[in-house]
Design a protein around this ligand. Structure first.
Ligand SMILES: Nc1ncnc2c1ncn2[C@@H]1O[C@H](COP(=O)(O)OP(=O)(O)OP(=O)(O)O)[C@@H](O)[C@H]1O
Ligand SMILES: [Mg+2]
Length: 494
């Protein structure tokens, strides 16, 4: 079937212009193929912000042609769809070849952004899968991509979700959807592992050179590691990953499935599956119902990222040359992560930039929050407001036994004594979002969308785009989770 739209005037109206990016690497890295169409698609959500980033024409984006293109039912001239091959470690075990089993790259635009459809049909890498994604998980991915961006956390973005009534079998029968994802690159640690594991060193080098030249050009001029660009690259990826993890931990984001094939080489958050923003602060919280051993528990994430970086180091070893150099290139993770996390906590506490929070003060408040499973987001937001108003009662009220917080608050006041409260409160509100994509909020929007009411998706998209703003009238979205929220089970099934 030829999916190419035949009217080139309309096609040009999209505003998208395509270049050869990843595709130029050659056929060892992917299989060219077309998406598989879905019947009678409909819009579920669109992000105007991502459209602006891409330079997509606003009129085109609401057209029937766009609906077809973003469902995989039509292709614009210049698109050259493909599925890439990667491998990876899943739950700590080598899983061998994986690849884009349901993601199809449409191409790269002249602005240097790749556009990918997730859920657009089977590929040679689908293994036992059907190549589809369900509406439920697609809405979660769409909203969380944009929520993370709103929080200032590096992430793949999402332009749109479209749905179809085509049935998809998971634990229950659900319906299909497609997310259009956007990122400078979707290359994962697993792409490197793939070629290393198969002893295909020429392709490994080609891939590394491509990624360095495109995204890490400074590594070419490095004097570190005796001018070893591949070691400098590993160090740069490691440091970006450390910075990313610090942001996840500070905002209470649990990814849920940190396999090496879900680790972006650009340090972006990628693959929104069983993720969760913490409700009550449980450091060992496991958000993925399939993760029975708790490998990806919230407090394990920084160590897992480091473990994953060792897999990347192992894959890059043939290029780096010496194991000692590879190990040295990973070393800074151990300092960059804690430093970045301390900076995030200092901001959450409203301390001036450059001033670090007293470690004991931070540890003490984390212990208090953990002891009563105090709501993570609400605690920090109430603390921000209390610093502004001088009334700490709403903070105390969060604790059944206020003895601990009563002892902590004066220590905290002493630490920020030199900062005017209004300045501190403003900085804190920026660092402590009022709105996060809690599971129950996503669930409500999903259930409405399953009844073809997409207003909940649109409302969340707006709130989460500027999560630190007050958004008067929408306070219900910033409240405590209802009791039923703790019964939501999110697994790898998506
Ligand atoms: N329904 C499916 N059909 C085909 N392949 C699938 C399906 N679900 C997952 N896979 C494949 O299984 C592997 C691991 O899946 P995982 O859940 O990490 O990724 P994903 O959610 O499909 O996509 P991504 O990482 O691109 O966001 C990947 O190779 C993925 O493409
Ligand atoms: Mg994945």
């Amino acid at each position: 079937m030829n999916l190419l739209v035949d009217d080139s005037t309309t096609a040009a109206a999209s505003g998208l212009h395509w270049i050869d990016g990843f595709r130029a690497l050659g056929p060892a890295f992917f299989t060219p193929l077309q998406p598989t169409p879905l019947p009678a698609p409909y819009w579920v959500g669109r992000s105007d912000d991502v459209a602006r980033q891409l330079g997509v024409d606003a009129d085109w984006l609401v057209s029937d042609e766009a609906l077809d293109v973003l469902t995989g039912n039509a292709l614009l001239p210049g698109m050259a769809p493909l599925a890439s091959v990667y491998s990876g470690h899943q739950f700590g075990v080598w899983a061998g070849q994986l690849g884009d089993g349901r993601a199809i790259l449409l191409g790269e635009t002249e602005r240097g952004l790749e556009v990918q459809l997730k859920g657009a049909g089977r590929t040679p890498y689908s293994r036992m899968g059907d190549g589809r994604a369900v509406l439920r998980s697609s809405i979660r991915e769409f909203l969380c991509s944009e929520a993370m961006h709103g929080l200032g956390i590096p992430t793949t973005r999402a332009l749109a979700v479209t749905g179809s009534d085509q049935r998809v079998r998971r634990e229950e029968i659900e319906t299909a959807a497609v997310v259009t994802r956007v990122a400078p690159s979707f290359i994962r640690f697993g792409h490197f592992e793939h070629f290393a594991a198969n002893d295909r060193i020429d392709e490994l080098r080609q891939l590394a050179d491509y990624v360095i030249d495109r995204y890490y050009p400074d590594c070419r001029a490095t004097e570190r590691f005796g001018g070893n660009a591949y070691a400098a690259f590993l160090e740069a990826v490691s440091e970006r990953t450390a910075a990313l993890l610090a942001q996840w931990q500070a905002v209470g984001f649990c990814h849920g499935v940190m396999n090496t094939d879900n680790m972006s080489i650009l340090g972006l958050t990628i693959d929104y599956g069983p993720f969760q923003f913490l409700d009550g602060f449980d450091p060992a919280h496991i958000c993925n119902h399939s993760d029975t051993g708790g490998r990806y528990a919230f407090n394990q994430q920084p160590n897992v990222a480091y473990w994953n970086l060792h897999c990347l180091a192992q894959a890059l070893l043939p290029l780096i040359g010496e194991q000692d150099i590879a190990i040295a290139a990973l070393a800074s993770y151990k300092t960059v992560f804690p430093r970045a996390f301390d900076q995030r906590m200092a901001r959450k506490l409203g301390l001036p930039d450059g001033e670090s929070a007293d470690r004991g003060l931070v540890d003490a408040v984390l212990r208090l929050l953990a002891a009563e499973r105090t709501d993570w987001t609400i605690f920090w937001r109430r603390l921000s407001d209390a610093v502004g108003s001088g009334d700490f009662t709403p903070v105390r009220d969060l604790f059944i036994d206020p003895t601990g917080i009563d002892a902590w608050l004066p220590l905290y006041a002493a630490q920020r004594a030199s900062t005017p409260s209004a300045d501190a409160a403003a900085r804190m509100r920026a660092a402590n979002p009022k709105y996060v994509l809690r599971n129950h909020l996503g669930q409500q929007a999903i259930e409405a969308a399953q009844q073809k009411d997409f207003s909940g998706v649109a409302t969340l998209l707006t709130l989460l785009a500027s999560p630190s703003d007050e958004h008067a009238g929408f306070e219900a979205y910033a409240g405590f989770p209802p009791d039923w929220a703790s019964t939501i089970e999110i697994s790898c099934s998506s």
